[in-house]
Design a protein around this ligand. Structure first.
Ligand code: PHE
Length: 337
């Protein structure tokens, strides 16, 4: 074999090795290329080395030197590429890749019903004024809904047309869906000695035809405070602080004389808001008959009570003009809260 031919083989081999190493994108491919070119038994460099014996004697020295140069160069090229791949770390898998700049898939979150949100906020405000939360049943007996609240048997408030009575069964006294949260006043005082400072929030039921301001079920917030020296001025302060917290700092409050069997004196509670006086509920000083009915001594303790409409508060605050919206369960409405 002529020297020129041998050298040409060496050059071709070096170029092929460079190409194969550069094209190897991962350690496994690179190792395969190493075995192909530098393999000790069947490597392509090895088989070129075997041709060395066929080069004419006088050219052997030159051919051997060139062979050693190329072998070192191929070995170096392999080492360099191996190092490069190691510092790059594992290659990313082929196929569609994760693009962190794309917007994610939106999760649609549920939310609390606006009335539930309102109730939570009212509890929070009244909690800061020192009132704890009490609960009572929605199905009541006549004692808690009427009698102990000083509403005698012949009182028109007990009319079947104004209440949802439930047959207690023959021989049992009738029950009813409570028409007011004042029932909870009685339940709390029956079970706790004074002083008492509670609110109760919950559903009440009245057979009203549904319209923009009426619904046969709605919510009230009842408040009750009983202690030694309590006056109507305390009631007004508490309600004014409450209104300022819930509706905003510029709320004024007004009491108008009224009548409830369980308070004396009794008042209607109006808040002045957005240039309007709006009635939010009733209040008054707990009637001595009520205190007596639960075993309190009206000579020792006095109290005030109030009952506010929760829907009405929520409607004013959010500009809702029809109470029926709360109970249609239209998500386009509910999503706004
Ligand atoms: N229970 C009365 C109502 O439903 C409101 C009220 C509560 C009035 C407490 C006075 C005291 O209209």
């Amino acid at each position: 074999m002529a020297l020129a031919e041998f050298l040409q083989q060496l050059d071709d081999l070096a170029a092929a090795a460079d190409h194969a190493f550069a094209a190897a994108g991962d350690p496994e491919t690179l190792e395969a290329a190493r075995v192909e070119f530098l393999g000790a038994k069947q490597g392509r460099l090895k088989s070129v080395q075997k041709q060395l014996g066929r080069v004419p004697k006088e050219d052997k020295r030159a051919a051997g030197m060139r062979f050693n140069e190329v072998k070192a160069a191929v070995e170096n090229a392999f080492q360099d590429r191996a190092q490069q791949l190691q510092s790059q770390g594992p290659q990313q898998a082929a196929g569609p890749q994760f693009d962190p700049t794309l917007p994610g898939t939106p999760l649609s979150l549920g939310r609390l019903h606006p009335i539930t949100q309102t109730i939570e906020e009212l509890k929070d405000i009244m909690g800061r004024l020192g009132f704890s939360v009490a609960e009572g049943p929605e199905i009541e007996d006549e004692r808690h809904n009427f009698e102990a609240l000083n509403i005698p048997r012949e009182h028109p408030a007990r009319d079947p047309l104004d209440n949802f009575y439930i047959h207690g069964g023959s021989g049992f006294p009738p029950l009813l869906l409570r028409s007011q949260t004042s029932t909870v006043q009685i339940r709390v005082m029956e079970n706790t000695p004074p002083p008492v400072r509670i609110i109760s929030l919950g559903r009440v039921y009245r057979p009203d035809t549904a319209d923009a301001t009426h619904y046969p079920m709605f919510h009230q917030m009842e408040g009750l405070l009983v202690d030694r020296h309590v006056t109507l001025a305390d009631l007004k302060s508490v309600l004014r602080l409450f209104a300022a917290s819930y509706l905003g700092g510029d709320v004024h409050i007004r009491f108008r004389p009224s009548f409830f069997p369980f308070t004396e004196p009794s008042v209607e509670v109006d808040f002045h808001w957005n240039d309007q006086w709006i009635e939010f509920g009733g209040a008054g000083m707990v009637d001595p008959n009520v205190l007596r009915a639960v075993g309190y001594d009206p000579e020792q303790v006095v109290g005030f009570a109030f009952g506010l409409g929760v829907e009405r508060l929520c409607m004013r605050r959010h500009g809702v003009t029809d109470i029926r919206e709360f109970y249609k369960n239209d998500v386009r409405f509910l999503h706004q809260f």
